[in-house]
Design a protein around this ligand. Structure first.
Ligand code: M6R
Length: 608
């Protein structure tokens, strides 16, 4: 995820670009940059951090001109830094280029260009394209760009300009969005409509592989063979707010629906045939063999993914694993030594409690791995290796896509490390890799169903004061996470409990209207959880069951039934949590809560 914007017309380009980037910040916000062309050539300004840092930079050293391109970054290749920030400039200083997506064959292209003596200034996959355009340029930027994009593999929305043709921006897309805005004597490009809504409502949605030539006086669109293409200009009726959320009422709902893509991204390139491939982490098998135990440190939702991580690590590495709430770990007296492998889990990478716990274990000599969603954030910077979840920016305070991608990350890590240790069974690896590959479609199918039972439940129980969530083993953390989601956005008290613990106390709460959400997909503990449900039903409690499609016993027992597709039991927390996210969402919606910004909470908790 990144945001791109371009402008050509009579206004100061930087004003339009900054307004556009502000509207695109939800796509990424670790650094930003602009390049502007005028009679003196091309000049670029970049800054790390929020857009305000770039604005400060432009106040110090303004850029003037009527053609420009801008980019707000969410790092995928290389940490957030000025060097890695877009726009990227070619070796001869004539080409400036912005990109949203991933150029999969960038390594081979980089090698080829380096062999020709080109020096790279960034770690990005994008820089190769700027140099390729400069190398290939033959006096016709359109033809040159066509030749260059034929060499690219991956997903991209690209926009380029050249000092020798200072009247135009050329843009194309494959797999990443790009829209063209039609103005009066001015034209625009952007990753998304809100970036240009202030200036025009007339838009053209560029199709895959098409190439647009955007000048002050008009827009021309060509197909991949450079044949001119007729295009339709649409009048958008989106409001600025709705457009940023791509039509969803809230970021949380949008992010729930982004999970198939986020999971596919997180798995991409990390499975190879029947195997997990963690080459990018550079894990040293000899060092891992010295590990005697694992500790997982995290807070909130990340802590619950860490609880699933514990079960996975114990199953696939046979190493004793404990999960710690980072805020507790700091003030306990944990035994730390160099036989300890610590996994710090964090969406933001900036959670103060997790950072502090990490500092303590590093001082004690432990090895460290981060599971994190934000490239270059503090936690990955402190760790020996990082498995980045690739969920894209998460804006809603209630974590959703970050959680399911962390769970996928734990499957990859535990199986991958287990294999390096010579412990993971090849058949287990094969069945989990197969299961992981099916997950994006399975989550999509769940979301497509619209889960009517979830909406009915939300409507029926929105006014109760207490909810109980129960699960066992892999889905005990699902119960905790489901309860946390409900609490934080609906303000209804909810508890997550291990099903087997009900009879040790909480069963006393159950009576006529008391609702329990029971998470009982197929797997080793399903039958035991069904018994717990029977105990609740015997006391006239109401039960909402999350079970595997075709489970007739669950159907008979449940007051409300939510079915998930059949899957490996280790992967069931990823599917089972989706209806619970939606239940929390629709309950909060019924109650008129501020879903994306619940009271008293913040997205990133950078204080103790
Ligand atoms: O960024 P982190 O994953 O470190 O954040 C940890 C918690 O603050 C976070 O998961 C919090 O619990 C969420 N609001 C839960 O939805």
């Amino acid at each position: 995820m990144c945001g791109i914007v371009g402008y050509v017309g009579p206004r100061e380009a930087t004003e339009v670009l900054i307004e556009g980037l502000r509207r695109l910040e939800y796509r990424g916000y670790d650094s930003a940059g602009v390049a502007v062309l005028n009679g003196d050539g091309m000049r670029t300004r970049k800054a790390v951090g929020r857009l305000s840092a770039l604005e400060d930079e432009l106040k110090r050293d303004a850029l003037h001109g009527g053609l420009g391109i801008g980019h707000t970054r969410w790092a995928t290749h290389g940490v957030p830094s000025v060097a890695n920030c877009h726009p990227h400039t070619s070796f001869d200083g004539k080409v400036s280029l912005i990109h949203n997506g991933i150029i999969e064959n960038h390594r081979e292209l980089r090698r080829e260009l380096m062999d020709q003596g080109i020096e790279f200034r960034s770690e990005t996959d994008t820089e190769v394209v700027a140099h390729l355009v400069a190398k290939t340029y033959d006096g016709d930027l359109v033809r040159t760009f066509q030749k260059v994009i034929r060499r690219l593999r991956g997903a991209y929305a690209l926009a380029v300009c050249h000092t020798d043709e200072p009247d135009k921006i050329i843009a194309t897309r494959v797999g990443s969005p790009l829209v063209i805005g039609i103005g009066d004597g001015e034209n625009f490009i952007a990753s998304d409509v809100p970036a240009i809504l202030k200036y025009t409502r007339k838009v053209v949605f560029l199709n895959e592989h098409q190439l647009a030539v955007v000048t002050r006086d008009g827009v021309k669109i060509f197909d991949a063979a450079l044949n001119p293409v007729e295009f339709t200009i649409c009048e958008t009726n989106l409001s600025l707010d709705a457009a940023e959320k791509e039509g969803y009422e809230h970021f949380m709902l949008k992010e729930i629906h982004e999970q198939p893509r986020a999971l596919a991204e997180t798995i991409r390139g990390r499975v190879n045939g029947d195997n997990v491939d963690l080459t990018e982490l550079n894990l040293d098998a000899a060092v891992l063999k010295g590990v005697r135990r694992i500790a997982i440190l995290a807070c909130g939702t990340s802590l619950y993914s860490g609880m699933v991580g514990k079960y996975l690590f114990e199953r696939f590495t046979h190493l004793p694993t404990e999960t710690w709430s980072a805020s507790e770990f700091r003030y306990a007296d944990p035994v730390i030594d160099d036989g300890m492998l610590v996994i710090a889990v964090s969406q933001s990478g900036e959670t103060a409690d997790t950072l502090e716990a990490l500092r303590i274990v590093k001082e004690g000599g432990a090895r460290t791995i981060a599971v994190c969603n934000v490239m270059g954030s503090s936690i990955p910077r402190m760790c020996d290796a990082t498995l980045y979840t690739r969920a894209g920016p998460e804006i809603g305070v209630a974590s959703t896509k970050a959680y399911t991608t962390q769970l996928a990350g734990f499957v990859l890590l535990s199986v991958g490390i287990g294999r390096l240790l010579g412990v993971t069974d090849a058949e287990d690896e094969r069945r989990l890799v197969t299961g992981l590959k099916q997950l994006p479609d399975q989550v999509q199918a769940l979301l497509d169903e619209d889960i009517v039972a979830v909406k009915r439940c939300a409507k029926r129980y929105k006014n109760v004061f207490n909810f109980m969530y129960i699960g066992r083993h892999f889905n005990y953390p699902t119960a905790m996470e489901g309860a946390l989601k409900l609490k934080e956005i609906s303000y209804i008290h909810a508890e997550g409990y291990a099903g087997g613990e009900m009879k040790h106390g909480p069963l006393a709460l159950v009576e006529g209207t008391f609702p329990t959400i029971a998470i009982a997909p197929q797997g080793r503990t399903r039958e035991k959880l069904i018994s717990n449900v029977q105990e609740i039903k015997a006391r006239k409690g109401v039960v909402v069951m999350v079970s595997t499609q075709g489970d007739e016993e669950a159907r008979e027992l449940a007051d409300y039934l939510i079915e998930i597709p059949p899957c490996e039991e280790e992967l069931s927390p990823i599917l089972a949590v989706v209806p619970l996210q939606l239940l929390a969402y629709y309950t909060a919606l019924q109650l008129g809560r501020d879903v994306d910004k619940p009271r008293n909470l913040a997205k990133s908790v950078t204080v103790e």
